[in-house]
Design a protein around this ligand. Sequence first.
Ligand SMILES: [Zn+2]
Length: 378
Amino acid sequence: MDSALPRRTQRPYPPRDPQPCPAPSPPRRQGRGYGRALLSVLALTGGIYLARHAHPSSLHAPSVAHAARLAGPHAHRVSPLLAATVALPPHVRVERPPVADSYLPTDTFGERSARGLNITGATSHRLILFTFDDGPDRSTTPELLDRLDAAGVHAVFFLAGDRIRGDNQQQRDQAKIARDEVRRGHLVGNHTVDHRALPTLDSSVILEQLDASERIFQDVFGERPWLFRPPYGVHSERTDYLVESHGYTIILWNLGTGDPQVRTAEDVHTTWSRVFARRELENGERGGVVLLHDTHQWSVEGFTLIYDDLMARNCKLLEEGAELYDIVDDPSLFFAARNGAPAGTEAPPADVPAAVLAARQARVREATERRCHAVAAR
Ligand SMILES: [Zn+2]
C-alpha cells in the first residue's frame, strides 16, 4: 500500500493543510528561472515540432535525442513475446498517431515518456490520468478492468514484481491479469519487486531491485518498463539518481484518494473530491494524476464514482462552454524532457500546445454532447 503522500525524505516540506488532505504535491525544487528558460525553449521549438511530429509528447520534448527516439523504430514496438502471448486489440498500432488522433494508441511500457523529470501531474488543464498501484490482485483487478473497459478509460498500472513472478497459482493468475491489462490497452510501470521504501535501502539494493523488476517484466511481457513510481511515494535525491540511471520517468501524483486509509467507495470519492477542489483553489491545478490501488474493492468501486462525477461535471461544463475533463492515457501530456536537468527535478507544469488541446477537446465535446443529451432525454 502507499501512503497518500508522495514525499522526499531529504527535503521535508509542510503539507499545505493537515488531514484529511492526503496528497500535497511534492516540493518544487528547481527555481523559476529554469522553468522560464525551458518554456522559452518550448515556445521556440514547439511550432517546428508541431509541424514535424504529430504526437503531443514531442511537443514537450525539444531535445534532438528525444525527438530521434520519438521518431525511431521503437516508438510503438510490440515485443514478439507479447504479441505471441496475448491477442493485441486493434488500437495497438505500430505507427504514431496524428495530433487529432492523440488518444491512441497507448505507449504500453512508457517508452515514449522515458527519461523525463519527476511528474506530479500538476496541470492547469482538465487532463486526468488514472493510476493504480500495488497490483495486480486476482480478487479485485479483473473487475476493475471490466469497469475501465465500460468507461472507455485507459490507465497506468504500477505493478509490484513479486505479485507476478513465481510459480504458485496466484502468481500465475496475476501474471495473466497483468498481460490482460496490456491487452486491453493500459500502460504498465515499475513499482519495485517487494514494495520497500527506497530511501531506507542501500544503493546497491535499489539497483538490484531495478534489475530484478526489469527481469520480471521481461519474463511476463517481453519488455522492460520506462515509468516508475516509488513505493509510498517516498524518494530522495539519491534514489532519484539511481532510478534515473535506468532511464525512468518517475510518476508521482497530485490527486490522492486516501484509498489505503478508508474502507468504502464513497469515502474514496469524498477524499478525492476534497483534494481535487483544494488543488484548484490553492494551486490552480484543474487536472492531474489520480492515485488509486487496484488491491482494494472500495478503490475499484471508487473509480466508478470518480469517473461518474467527472462525466456529470462535463455535462455542466458543456453548457457553460468551458474546457471539459479529458481522461487521458498518455503521461507525455504531463511530461517534460530532462534536458540536462538533474535527476529528481520536478517537471514544470505541463505546457500542452493549444492545437493539441483543441483537437482533444473537440473529441471530448462530441462524446459529451451525445452522452449528456441521452441522459437529459431519459
Ligand atoms: Zn504502492
